[in-house]
Each structure stands twice: as C-alpha cells, then as structure tokens.
Design a binder for this molecule. Structure first.
Ligand SMILES: Cc1cc2nc3c(=O)[nH]c(=O)nc-3n(C[C@H](O)[C@H](O)[C@H](O)COP(=O)(O)OP(=O)(O)OC[C@H]3O[C@@H](n4cnc5c(N)ncnc54)[C@H](O)[C@@H]3O)c2cc1C
Ligand code: FES
Ligand code: FES
Length: 1433
C-alpha cells in the first residue's frame, strides 16, 4: 500500500492505510495506482454498471455518488461525480456508491430504478446507470424534496441518445415536491424546513436517515417504516426494498483525513497534503508539480491531450485553500473551493445582503447555471478554472470585470495580491512564478448603482463551453442631474488567446453620460478593441465579432432597465425588454396520447421493455464489460494524420520500447486479403490505420500508439462534395436516375408562373451512440477457431462480408465464432447497435456461431452467460482489426475505441448536396422538379449507394409532382467512410424537398403550410418510381395536427409576440413526412423464427432480429403471447443466434417488428393448428394443460416460422417498381423562440402525430417517436461536424475537430421542448371505451385538445402484422419542424430591417447560423447581406 508520510503534525496518521468504501464494502487502496481513475478501478473490481461513454466528463455515463464527512459542517455530504475524471486516490476515505449499490433484481430495485424502468426511461440502457446515480445523489443531498427544476438541472451532465429524455424526466418527477399526491397526506407546502427526503422512497419523511446534523448512521438510517410505505420489492425473494439503503460507513465518520503519498505507472507521484505548508514544501521540492483539485482540466490534458506530469499534488483537503468567508468588504474564496459550493454560498449571500452589494454575485450565479454539468461543478474548483487560464473560461471575465483580487503565495509563505485583470498574460499563461500557487480570491461587494452582468453564448445552452462570453460592469454616479460613468469594465472570453479586457472601450466610457449616444459611440470603439483575424482558431469569426457587439448592446439595455425611473435615464422601449430577459426554462411537460387497442392477452398493451430491470440496475452487460482473459492484450490504433498521403517511413522504435509492447501490425501483416467492405471489398483494413497491442491497460496501448512516428508524402485530398463534383470523383457505378413525366417539356412549355433554382447543403451527423465501439477476439484450438464478442447488428453479414475476406486466404478449416447474443442498441439504427446478450451453452464456455465457412456455422452450448454489445458495418472493420493480432499472437485482444477515435474513424450520417430547379404556379402548385443530389460517401462505398437511393425515393416527401427528374451520385472523398444512420438517407432527401417548398412560399408570400397542403399526395397518387399510394392517412394526420396546435391561433399569437418584441422572435412550422417501409434490396425482406411450446405452458421464441433497445423482443413476445392466449410472462425470448435462425437480415429499415413478428406468428399458428384437434375435443383450464395433453398425444410443439415481405420489388434499370410494402405517415408542429442578438433558441412546443395503425405496444412506439424526434432535433439544430476542409482552414486537413462531447453537442435534457406532445392517429371512431394515457400535468390540455380533435378514422394497416406500422425511422424527419420554425422566426427578425427575400439556412441551424441570418446593425459591420456560415458537407 502507499506510504503515509510521517510529518510532524500528522503523527497520528502514521500507519493508517489508504482506504475507500465502495457500496458499503471497505477496500484497502494499494499503492501504485495513481494513474488510475475511479472508473477504471470500479470496473477492474467488477462493478461494470458504471460505464465509460466518453472519458472526458461530457456524457455522465460514469456517474457515481461520493459521500464524505465534512468536519466543518458536521455532516455527511453526498454528491454526484464523473468517475472517469476522478483520480482513484481523490476519493480516499470516502464512500462511493455505484448503481449496483442502490438496488438490484435480487434484493429489490431502488425506487429511482423502479420508477425509471416503469416509465420506459431506458432503451439501450447504457446511459441509464448514470441518470440513476445523478438522481440518487440529488435525493441524498436534498434536505427538502427537490423541485422539478432542480431535478432537471441535476441531470444536465447526463446524455441519452435513445429516449428523448421525456420519459426520464417523467420517471423522476415523482420525486419532486410539486407532486403532492405522492407525499401521503403531507402537502409539500406544509413541510418544515430541513425535513429530509427519504432515500428509500423519495418521499419526505422524518425517518432520520440523515438526522438533524445530516449524519448518516446505522441507527438513524432505519427506513421510514409506517410513515412512508416502501413500494418496491425484490422480484426474486419478494422482500421489500426498505433496510437496503446504504449508510455512511461509521469508520469513515470517525476517521481523520490522511496525508497521502502514493505512486503510479511510469514513476508518477501523487500527494494529498493536509496543510498549506505541506503544499508549499512540496512545491519547493517539485517546482513543476501540478496542483490538482477536480482534475477536470488536468485529467483531460493527461488522457486526451497526451500531456505528462510526474508529480501531482491534490489540494482538496487543505483547509486554507477551502475558506469561503463573508467579510465586510466582500468575499474571501479559497482557491480549492468547489464550484457547486461557491454557487451555494453565493445564493445564500444574495438573500442575506443588500441587493446593491451582490450584483456581481448574481452574475456569477447566472453564469454558473450554464457552467458544465452538476458532476463537474461538484469537483471543479475556483482556482483550477482561474489557473487553467482558458480563453473561454466562463468565470475569468467575471473575476476581471468584478475587480476581484487574487492572493498568491510562494514556497516561503510570502503573499502578494494581483488584480484579476492583470493576472492573465497569454494563452494559458498566468502571473504565477515557479513555486507560487493561487491561495484565494477576494471578490468585493458592488456599490449602489454599480451593475455587473454576465454573458455566454455556446452551441448548446446546457453543459457547453462558450463560443463567446463576457463580464461587464459599470459604476454610475449622479452628477448635475445626469448619470456619469465613473468606472467600467468590459471583458470578453472567446475572442483572443486570453480573457480580454476591452481597454479602449473602458477608457472611452469613463466620464461619459449614460445615454443612447454613448451606446452608438461605444459600439464603434468596441469594434476596434476586439480584433479577430479571419481564420482565427475556433472559426465563426463573423459570429463571434457580432456577439461582442450584441452583448454590449444587451448590457446597455439591461443597465438602463435597472436604472429605469431615474432622472435623465431614458426608459427602455417595451419592445426592447426582450433583449434583457433572462432565459428561464419551465419544467418539461409531455403528453402521450394513444388508444390501447388490445389484441389477445398482450398485443397492443403498453408493456414495459423486457430488459429494463437489467438496465436500471446496471446488470446489463456490454462488450467492454466482458473481462479480458488473463493473457489478453489491449489494442490501440495508430491513425493517419493526413487525409491522403503516401507513407514514406514508419518509426516504431519508441513504441516498441514502451512497457509491455507486444506487437505492431501493418498492412503487410494482414494474413489474408487486406480489402474489406459490406457491399464491395473496396476498403483497406490497414490503410488509414495500423494497430498496436499493449499489454495490460487500454491507456498503455494508447501511449505506445502515440509514439509511432510516420513520415508522409502528402497528396491532394478531396474533402467535400463540392471538391468531388469538381474533380468528378465518384464511386464507380453509383450514378442513379429516377423520372416521372417530362421535366424538360414542362420547363420548355412555359405553362408555369415561376421557376426557382437553388442549392441545399445538408449537414452530416455523428451517431454518438453512448457506448463506443468495442471488440474482444480470442483464439482457441491453436488458432483454428476465432471467437469474437463484437458489435454487430447483422451477425451474418458481418462475418461473411467483412471477416471472410481476411480469413479466406488464411488457412483451411478456419472457423470464426461470433457471440451476437441478445442485442441492445440505442436507436441510431442501421449501423450502431449496442448488443447485450444472454446465451446459455452446455459443452464449452460459450454458445457460438461458426461463420467460416458459412455452411459450417454451428452453435456449441456452454454453461456461461455471455453478454456483449455491437454495431453494424463499421464495427466489422474494427472486429477485423482486432482479429489480426489475436490470430497472429494467438492471444485475446480487446479493442475499445476512445470516443474521439470512434468519432474520427467510424463514419457518420452522410452530408448531402442538392441542386434544384422547380416550376410552379402562382397558387403554389408544383409542376416540375429537376433535382441533382450527391452524398459524401468518404473513402469506401460501404452502404452509401443504398443511402443515396433512399434519399432519391424520398425526395418528393409527400408532394404530388407531375414532372420529376432526380439524378444522384455517390462522391468519393478522402474522408472516413460514411455509413447508415436512422432514416438511411430518407431525411436528407426530404429536407431538400422541404427547402424548396419553403422557398416557393417566400416567393409567393404565402405560408409554407399552405404550399404543402395544396401539393399533398393522396390515395392513389403514383410516385416518381411507379408505386401507388394506398391507405394514405396524410390528410387525416395533418388535420388532426392542425386542430391540436390550433395552427391559425398559434400563427396569430406568434405574429403578435413578434410585433411586441424586437429582439426575440417566435416561429412556427408544420411539417409532414412519409417514410417507405422495407429494405430496398428485395432479398433482405425475409425473416425466420423458431418457437417451442413446453408442457408447462411456457413458450420459447428465437428470431433473427436484434434487440437494440427499440423493444423488438418485447413486441415479439407480445405477439407470441397473444397467439397462444397466454400471459406475456409465459413467453421467453431466447437470444438471437445464427444457429437457431440462420441467414437473418440486418435489424434495420424499421421493418423488424413487421418481419420477425410475422415469422413468429407463422410459427405460432403452425403449432396452434397442430394443437387444434386436441383443443377442440376437450376443455382445458389452462394452456399448460393443453400443451401437456398435446405432448401426450405426441404432437410436435416446435415450429420454424418464416416470412417474406410480399408484393415488393424494384428495378433500377427501369426506375420503376414497388420498393416499399407501405408507408408510415406523420406530421409535426413546432413553435420556437430565438434570441436574435445571440442566436440562442428553444423549442416551446412540439406536437407530433404519427399513424402507426394498431400499435403493437404504444408505449414503446411513443418512446421511439420521442427518441427519434430529439435525435432529429440534434441533426437540424445542434450537431455540427467540423472537418479540416476548405470551410475550416484552422483545422488540420481531414481532421475532425468536433470529436467528443466537449465540442460535438447532441441534445441534452435542456433541449427537450417545453411542451412535448405525442399522439398516435386513432384508427377508428371510438365511442365510449377509449383509453388515454396521460401525464397528470397535461390532463387539462388533453381534454381541451380532444374536444376539438374528435377521433379521426385512420386505417388499420392491412400490410403488416396485427395491423401495426413500423416506427423506428419515420419520426426522425419530423424534427425538421423545429428547423423550419426557426427559419420562420428568423424571417420575422429580418422583416424588422425590411428584408423579405428568401435566404438559405443550412442545417444544423446553430446559434451561429441563426444569429448571422438575423440581420441587424450588429452583424452589418462583419457580414454581407448574403453571407452564409461555413459548413462541412
Ligand atoms: C465536461 C467539462 C465541462 C466544462 N465546462 C466548463 C464551462 O462550462 N466553463 C468553463 O469555464 N470551464 C469548463 N470546464 C473546464 C474546467 O472544468 C474548469 O476550468 C474547472 O474549474 C477546473 O477546475 P479543476 O479543479 O477541475 O482543475 P484541475 O484540473 O484540478 O486544475 C486545473 C489547473 O489549475 C491548476 N491549479 C489548480 N489549483 C491551483 C492553485 N491553487 N494554484 C495554482 N494552480 C492551480 C492546476 O495545476 C491545473 O493546471 C469544463 C470541463 C469539463 C471536463
Ligand atoms: S464517461 Fe465520464 S462523463 Fe462520459
Ligand atoms: S437509453 Fe439512453 S443512451 Fe440508450
């Protein structure tokens, strides 16, 4: 173990060992682990419920709760942290609780776990433990029940890619104080201050679990008992949840903190002194030592940026650095004070002090609200933020503006004071000499008429670093009946290498009168003061410059507003008040409106996802959770730094000298064919990467990989669609054409009123599955069998098309064994799937698939349960990479990609480019469309052609176009190969269509909705590829939606709002969709299943589909249960495996429930038919009796079911056919509000209507809709990929800048529409027995809504199982309603400056694009009228 340094005043600590409690169990912490994070440690000891999603504090998948006893406060404090950034020794002496510690299926689920499972709050389940732990920490730390706002705030650091957050919010809402019903007989209003929330029930109680001093103890933690009835129990032994809450370990209550002196890999030293003097001594001894508090900066530097520090000094336990004291003239804040504590104290002080004294505190409070997630704020320190000196630090501009003073101490104890304004010297350079550290910060009170305000604009409001931020302060004094500025400070972040004071502006302001004239002059000076070069790092130069002016303008208005009513101060015009209003987010309110149309015992019922209980307890295992066998190796990739180059030399000598080096593998080492690919073998396995195996840890493998030095000869690179078009760089044989009518004739005829021509750029999208790609490969039998736990959604194809070429020439009798097992996936659909499986086998350890050669695939049963995770085509590439060293070294090899490598190498949703020419009438009727579309495939074909084809099929969206020609091409670029993503090109095709529809509306000065309506397709419409629409429910959906959102009223309200508000604008839009269901490759539309009935009446089902979190297994089980008229619990879905159901197609194209459901039903019907003679002769009291009787009568109770999608087929040669079995229709309404000065936006309302026929499981379907919509919202409004290309010259060519959650922003909980309503189209008029599932908050709304929305007659879908419809992909595009609502709002903003022309707005409509499009006097100095922000396409 680590030695405890024997310092004179710490003698009492000598001999104490370093310890930690994990889930109530004491652990001695050995020495030598200073390089480890808490997450690595937890996973090493088998607690794999805590996940690694990003390793940079950006996703929350690694959230755990930490508790320690705070001597000063004399109580236990509990808080959530990111285990991925916490150094292991930083939690020494603390209690760490992981998801495994709060509940499990054996001993009972915690109420939080139960609530999330019951509310359909998990799909793939990878994010789930993190959400649960954030919520758990909130409840444990709350003295009173949290408010809904607090709950939502506490989840800001947790990302989910599947659910759309609404069900998570609803699940946790039951713990909020607003829901008084849950507080049996106690209104939250009547709660006494300090009354705690019972951690066992989430209800307020006085069970004393925290006691008056907040100390947990054995005795005090007796659960509520009678007072709050426990509602959760173990499904295994029926015991109740109570008495299972973990208490704070008594040993830790009594234990004194220890001085730690530990070591780690590579000679790393890690100290935790307890006194300031010891810190200074250490600094004297090791002048280069890094001080450490939250490690949120140092951790990123060491792990992601490859920086090496040899000595780390954790200053968390040094009292002198943790002071937070209120003085007469201000606040003294220790450098190690955590930001959440700072926030807490500031809030308290604001309530206690005179209002005028706390203007700067209020600015800090507001800024901290949008500073990182809760987990980061819980550990990150004031001093860490200051000393990092990041140019986009959110707090440094505020310290500077507030005239804060920094106290600095050197090794000898000398203290000097520096004004914050003078502390920052350059890029990450501060005024600290060697041996000096920051001791504390002094923040003075503000004076009467001294005002300070914060500003920040980021890509995403929650948990994002700033693009530009600012702190501004002004001190006004009354002189001669006027107000004169006697002091000012204007400081910006994000505009220079350091936080920058606008000195000239300040000098100009001082002594001037506060009036409008001053504003205009100051704005001019500010333009000179803040200078950003074109091509400055970070890009967005025009946007950043205009933000500097916008912020100052806002500040001016805000101060004037504060001074309103004072002599000589002009009152703020009412319409300008919108510029100074602070964004306040109300709690999300969602409604889910559907009818429950039961069919038999289970179909149609909103059953909970069958795997949810495994997921909420962290018991669901994924690939990276599988322990690496003892002789296993970790692999890392060596990536090319150039997009197109010839390798001249590779120097791997340093890598080879790395500890435990096992091998480096280059193209020449691949034993078989180096070319792979899912459709054609056009991708070199070792082309852009070579790979390298390290011995013990993933981190060491990465370190070694970084040491490989490669010399290149650079070649010209094609990095965009435009480059490819110019160079005629297309993948061979990918040109496609679809025609209807005669476009040329129409254009020549002149029988139209107008023609428009334009171009649409459609941005790509990163899948951002929460679980990164991972593969584990090992060989047995001397290398004759290769076993693989790998990510794959289509296990058959994966083996055949990817692995076969590699191994084909490898040897004879070679076998590859895959473990697809049960698969969960977040719904990024085609390509990225999280697999989790449970397979039982009897002979050897694993159940396996033999995939080489195909006809020899077989399964060997084993006794172990194996769990794993997987993805689709790009994952096969990685599986192949891991296979090579595993085979050659005959050792297990694990390859888990870090988030950045995953994002850089595995491809994304295709960006598209469209060129259109449209002829139309003055009414808006479209007559002809001539369209060229191109997608950016990257350097291999992968699935790009099929993606392009689907985009072409969907290029009409829902519009009747008599003459149409679409030409498509797949562009070859020197970028990673792009791949399939939810919608598979359909959304891109539809977005291009909606762009020209919207343009027609502008040209004709009509609303886009009007243009949409008059061009709608309908029953019998013949599409541009010859298919005729049947059972088209488009107009019903549209009308229902229109009624539900009261479109005309909404339009009127928006117009009124916009008229009254100059700087905030609202916009609305209604967008329809039609999504074709079926694989467009005919042979893939087949499915198999195997059903066994047992004599006890239970049923075992296996089918070829993959459970990806989308609820496929649940729906299939419901179908089997209804078929036999038995309860759902009598059906068990055995995991997908090729030995049981061969030749399965990918689980994709939204069609899996249709296909596998039908195959299962076929098998059930066969068995039922065989049972029928027995059943009809006797009456049986149960299905079990019937099954037993059939068995006695020697009836075969097992059947193989099969389904082929009928009546489909398409010929590209003729461009005609029936590619789709049917269409899923939908429509959505969105209302947004934008801040025209900053580009900030939020979605106020989203109403979604979808026709899903008779839903098999409406709750699961609603989950798919919400998840798809929020993912789509990311695509249209948030998620921007920035590649090093002509548009982004500040990024090295071909490199991805946005390669992690820090820079690539998927929607967070904060982006969920305030009102988020989902309705499924009712299938028939319902009288009397309609059942509506409502969120209690929405009842009024729904009742109102339903009174106008009568029940429309949709169609039961005659073309799919039990009249249902496919749901996975269709709702994704509906999020474009948000995009067009944003555009509507921007139109209103432009109208203010007299601009009514059409303008292009690319997706994603980020704050940059919104702001730049809202033309005004603050953009004018920097942009031309037609300026279009750059986009990588
Ligand atoms: C996910 C994520 C989100 C973030 N969001 C934001 C954000 O919204 N806004 C923002 O501004 N920042 C953000 N950050 C940056 C970072 O969290 C903050 O800068 C944080 O305050 C750093 O504090 P720390 O205690 O973790 O620093 P550490 O990593 O522990 O230390 C940082 C640096 O400060 C030095 N240091 C610490 N204390 C002292 C001292 N007393 N004297 C001298 N040097 C010292 C260390 O040696 C080190 O160089 C984010 C970071 C992450 C990972
Ligand atoms: S893994 Fe820790 S925050 Fe993502
Ligand atoms: S359920 Fe949240 S990421 Fe899958």
């Amino acid at each position: 173990m680590g030695s405890l340094k024997n310092r004179e005043d710490e003698l009492e600590q000598v001999g104490k060992e370093a310890i930690l409690y994990v889930n109530g169990v004491r652990k001695a912490l050995p020495d030598g682990l200073a390089h480890k994070t808490l997450l690595e440690y937890l996973r090493d000891i088998g607690l794999t419920g805590t996940k690694l999603g990003c390793g940079e504090g950006g996703c929350g998948a690694c959230t755990v709760m930490v508790s320690h006893y705070d001597k000063n406060m004399q109580k236990c404090v509990h808080y959530a942290i990111n285990a991925c950034l916490a150094p292991l020794y930083s939690v020494e002496g603390m209690h760490v609780i992981t998801v495994e510690g709060i509940g499990n299926r054996k001993h009972g689920l915690h109420p939080i776990q139960e609530a999330l499972a019951q509310s359909h709050g998990s799909q793939c389940g990878f994010c789930t433990p993190g959400f649960i732990m954030s919520m758990y920490a909130l409840l444990r730390s709350c003295q009173t029940p949290p408010s809904e706002e607090q709950i939502e705030e506490s989840l800001a650091g947790n990302l989910c890619r599947c659910t759309g957050y609404r069900p998570i919010i609803d699940a946790f809402r039951v713990f909020a104080k607003t829901n008084d019903d849950l507080y049996t007989g106690i209104s939250s209003l009547s709660l006494q201050g300090g009354q705690a929330v019972c951690p066992s029930t989430g209800k307020p109680c006085s069970c004393g679990s925290r006691g008056p001093s907040g100390i947990d103890s054995n005795k005090q933690c007796v659960p509520c008992g009678d007072k709050c009835q426990p509602i959760f129990y173990s499904e295994i032994d029926g015991s109740k949840y109570t008495e299972k809450e973990l208490i704070f370990p008594p040993e830790l209550l009594l234990r004194k903190s220890t001085y730690l002196n530990m070591s780690g890999f590579g000679g790393l030293k890690w100290y935790r002194p307890l006194r300031l003097q010891h810190v200074l001594d250490l600094k004297a001894e090791y002048p280069d030592a890094k001080l450490l508090v939250g490690n949120t900066e140092v951790g990123i530097e060491m792990r992601l940026k490859g920086m090496q520090y040899q000595v780390l000094i954790s200053s968390t336990h040094v009292p002198e650095l943790n002071v937070l004291s209120v003085k007469d003239d201000g606040l003294d804040i220790g450098a190690a004070v955590r930001l959440s504590d700072l926030l807490h104290v500031f809030r308290k002080v604001v309530l206690e002090r005179e209002a005028h004294e706390t203007s700067s505190l209020k600015a800090f409070i507001e800024q901290l609200k949008w500073f990182a997630g809760t987990q980061i704020k819980n550990v990150a320190s004031v001093g860490g933020n200051i000393c990092t000196a990041s140019p986009i630090s959110d707090l440094n501009p505020l310290w500077m503006a507030a005239k804060a003073k920094f106290r600095i101490i050197d090794c000898k104890g000398n203290i000097r004071t520096v004004l914050a304004e003078n502390f920052f010297l350059g890029y990450r350079k501060v005024d600290l000499a060697t041996g000096e550290i920051l001791l504390s910060v002094f923040l003075p009170w503000t004076r009467p008429f001294e005002y300070m305000k914060e500003f920040k604009q980021a890509h995403r409001r929650d948990d994002d670093i700033a693009i530009v931020n600012a702190g501004m302060r002004i001190f006004l004094e009354e002189k001669c009946d006027s107000w004169v500025i006697s002091d000012a400070s204007i400081v910006y972040g994000g505009v220079a290498p350091l936080s920058l004071s606008a000195v000239k502006t300040k000098e100009f302001l001082v002594g001037k009168y506060w009036n409008n004239e001053l504003l205009q002059d100051a704005l001019k000076i500010l333009q000179e003061d803040i200078f950003l070069k074109d091509g400055a790092p970070g890009g967005m130069v025009e946007f950043r410059k205009s933000l500097t002016l916008s912020f100052f303008f806002k500040f001016f208005l805000w101060v004037s507003h504060q001074m309103d009513g004072k002599k000589s101060i002009e009152s703020l015009q009412l319409s300008h008040v919108s510029a100074v209003q602070t964004f306040h987010r109300p709690p999300v309110i969602g409604s889910q409106d559907y009818e429950v149309r039961k069919h038999g015992t289970a179909v149609g019922i909103p059953e909970v996802h069958l795997s949810s209980r495994l997921q909420v307890t962290g018991e669901a295992e994924y690939t990276d959770d599988t322990p690496l066998p003892p002789d296993g190796l970790h692999a890392a990739l060596v990536l090319s730094r150039k997009p197109h180059a010839r390798i001249l030399s590779i120097d791997d000598s340093k890598a080879k000298a790395s500890p435990g080096f096992a091998g480096i593998f280059l193209a020449k080492d691949v034993p078989g064919d180096n070319n792979i690919g899912p459709v054609i073998y056009d991708e070199e396995l070792c082309y852009r990467v070579c790979h390298l195996c390290g011995p013990d840890t993933h981190e060491n493998a990465k370190l070694a990989a970084r040491k490989v030095h490669i010399e290149y000869e650079e070649l010209p690179a094609i990095l965009s669609i435009q480059d490819a078009i110019n160079a005629k760089s297309f993948h061979p044989g990918t040109e496609r054409c679809l025609r209807k009518g005669d476009v040329d004739l129409c254009f020549q005829s002149g029988k139209y009123d107008k023609i428009i021509e334009g171009e649409v750029q459609v941005g790509g999208q990163e899948h951002f599955y929460l679980e990164p790609q991972s593969s584990l490969v090992w060989t047995i039998d001397g290398g004759n069998e290769v076993h693989m736990i790998s990510s794959t959604q289509l296990e058959n194809m994966n083996c055949r098309f990817h692995l076969y070429p590699i191994y084909a020439s490898l040897m004879v009798n070679f076998q590859i064994v895959l473990y697809p097992l049960h698969v969960y996936a977040y719904f990024c659909y085609y390509s990225y799937i999280l697999m989790h499986s449970r397979l039982r086998s009897t002979r050897s350890m694993f159940l396996m698939f033999l995939v080489f050669p195909c006809q020899k695939w077989f399964v060997e049963p084993s006794e172990l349960v194996v769990d794993l995770v997987g993805k689709e085509t790009r994952s096969a590439f990685l599986a192949a990479v891991a296979s090579v060293p595993s085979y050659l070294l005959n050792r297990p090899v694990k390859l888990t990609l870090d988030r950045d490598v995953d994002m850089m190498t595995t491809g994304q949703r295709h960006s598209f480019f469209g060129k259109y020419k449209v002829a139309f009438t003055n009414e808006g009727k479209v007559l002809a469309l001539d369209l060229e579309i191109y997608n950016n495939a990257g350097n291999s074909l992968d699935l790009s052609l099929a993606v392009l084809e689907r985009a072409m099929f969907h290029s009409d969206n829902v519009y009747e176009i008599p003459n149409m020609r679409i030409i498509g091409g797949v562009c070859f670029t020197n970028m990673p190969s792009n791949t399939a993503f939810r919608g598979f090109g359909g959304p891109q095709g539809m977005l291009i269509a909606e762009n020209w529809i919207q343009r027609i509306a502008v040209e004709l000065k009509k609303s886009p909705e009007e243009i949409r309506e008059i061009n709608f397709q309908g029953e019998g419409s013949v599409l541009h590829y010859g298919q005729q629409l049947q059972h088209c429910t488009l107009s019903q959906l549209w009308n229902e939606l229109k009624l539900s959102c009261e479109f005309l009223n909404s339009q009127e309200e928006v117009t009124q709002f916009n008229g009254k508000n100059r700087w905030r604008k609202r916009g609305i839009a209604m967008v329809p969709t039609k999504f074709g269901i079926s694989f467009t490759t005919k042979l893939m539309n087949q499915a198999g299943a195997l059903v066994h009935v047992y004599t006890d009446g239970t049923v075992l089902v296996t089918h070829g589909g993959v459970e990806m979190g989308q609820g496929l297994h649940t729906k299939v089980a419901q179908i089997a249960a209804s078929a036999f008229n038995i309860p759902l619990c009598s059906v068990f879905i055995s995991e997908t495996s090729t030995d049981k159901v061969p030749n399965s197609s990918p689980t994709a194209a939204s069609a899996s429930s249709d296909m596998y459901g039908a195959a299962v039903l076929d098998a059930c019907e066969q068995i039922k038919a065989r049972m029928e003679p027995i059943a009809s002769q006797n009456s049986f009291s149960s299905f079990a009796e019937l099954a037993a009787a059939c068995y006695e009568a020697r009836i075969d109770l097992s059947a193989h079911g099969f389904y082929i999608t009928p009546e489909i087929g398409f010929e590209w040669r003729t461009g005609k056919g029936i590619p789709f079995r049917y269409f899923t229709y939908g429509a959505a309404f969105a209302e947004v509000e934008i801040d025209t000065l900053t580009g900030d936006f939020h979605t106020r309302t989203a109403n979604i209507f979808l026709d899903l026929g008779y839903s098999l499981n409406p709750a699961i379907d609603v989950g798919q809709i919400e998840g798809a919509f929020i993912q789509g919202l990311g695509w249209v409004a948030l998620e921007e990929l920035k590649w090093g290309d002509a548009a982004h010259k500040w990024i090295p060519p071909g490199c991805l800048y946005t390669c992690g959650p820090g820079s690539y922003k998927i929607p967070s909980l904060n982006d969920v529409p305030f009102r988020f309503n989902v309705s499924l189209l009712k299938c028939l008029p319902i009288i009397g027995n309609k059942k509506r599932i409502l969120n209690s908050h929405m009842q009024k709304h729904i009742i109102l809504g339903s009174s106008v929305a009568h029940y429309m007659t949709g169609h039961p879908n005659v073309k799919a199982i039990h009249s249902s419809k496919a749901v996975g992909e269709p709702p994704f595009f509906l999020a474009s309603a948000v995009f067009f609502a944003i555009k509507d709002a921007v139109i209103a903003a432009r109208a203010e400056v007299g601009c009514s022309d059409w303008f292009p707005l690319d997706n994603p409509a980020t704050p940059e694009r919104i702001r730049i499009a809202c033309l005004d006097e603050f953009t004018a100095p920097f942009t031309s009228y037609d300026f279009r922000p750059k986009l990588s396409v």
